[in-house]
Design a protein around this ligand. Sequence first.
Ligand code: NAD
Length: 370
Amino acid sequence: MAANKTLLILPGDGIGVEVMTQVRRIVDWFDKRRAVGFDILEHPVGGAAYDAHGTPLSDEALSEAMNADAVLLGAVGGPQYDNVPRDKRPEAGLLKLRKEMDLFANLRPAMVFDALVDASTLKREVVEGLDILILRELTAGVYFGEPRGIEVLADGTRRAIDTQAYTENEIRRIADVAFEMAAKRGNKVHSVEKANVMETGVFWREVVTALHREKFSQVELHHMYADNCAMQLVRNPKQFDIIVTDNLFGDILSDCAAMLTGSLGMLPSASLGAEDETGRRHALYEPVHGSAPDIAGQDKANPLATILSYAMMLRYSFGLLDDADLVEKAVQNVLGAGIRTGDIVGPGMKAVSCSQMGDAVLAELDKLAA
Ligand code: NAD
């Protein structure tokens, strides 16, 4: 691993700062023990950047994000910014970052750790060992399609319109990511749409099928209607490895899959941009949760979602599959030893702090690497 890869760390606000402190300790551990070295840059983002620079994303932070090999973000937001103008709000900084980096592929893994099987609302046998990845198209589809709006008709009644639209390139590039990832996982992709009732669904299926035939025929490909997929996710989620779908269906299905795992404090995510001519792509890794103002500053947050986001970074931006496995294994063992933060604590267990959870993961990494 060359030491000249650049990692930009954006801790953000609230518990973002606390969980990122623990991740920095893990990054340092890899730097010392495994020669996984990064040039690390750090900037405030969100409310912290507004306080420091009067904007939730400074030009410098944005430019460094565009040049970095990967960006790791904590969380942004907080009630103290509720009355700040909309374009200066913490969330505006994050949206601008995602837009400028053109992050069209959102990856949300749903992984059930053995020790947390009982935190799921589903039966043990349905979720035990679950490890699936939802790949959602993030920059097109009905959330962006034109025309949109609410209009008054000739008879004085009103009508609302949204437009679902996908170009061939938009479908191809997300399907391409899905097939590429399949090679690093279980080699199976379910492409999900509503080809039975939507033109975009028919087109989606056609484009995915053509790409599969052209470049990825070694990957097992299934097509599924979105309504059936929602049903199958709660009936038999282990049939899936990768689900690739559009913006709207991905929004709904990824939340559904997330709940199979039980806790918000455990969920990592990644968002990827297009490959440039050198094969490099913009990438942003972040936990699914927000800044949790209710527990911020109390050293109570669960840092595992962000630690698992770092593992995703090792896997998807740097191809360091063994190191990513090592982080995930350490997390699994820590949970297996009954070490839990407040959000995932079971009956009769004592909750540890955010920093104690960091200590436990580091101790486990030491043990696994010994
Ligand atoms: P939240 O995810 O911050 O918190 C929801 C609940 O889950 C809270 O009770 C919180 O204590 C708990 N929780 C979340 N993460 C946890 C963790 N790691 N460990 C332990 N408990 C955890 O969502 P919210 O309360 O709706 O939003 C709070 C702020 O975060 C808002 O300003 C919102 O805009 C922002 N937000 C930011 C992001 C992001 O940065 N990507 C995402 C969602 C919300």
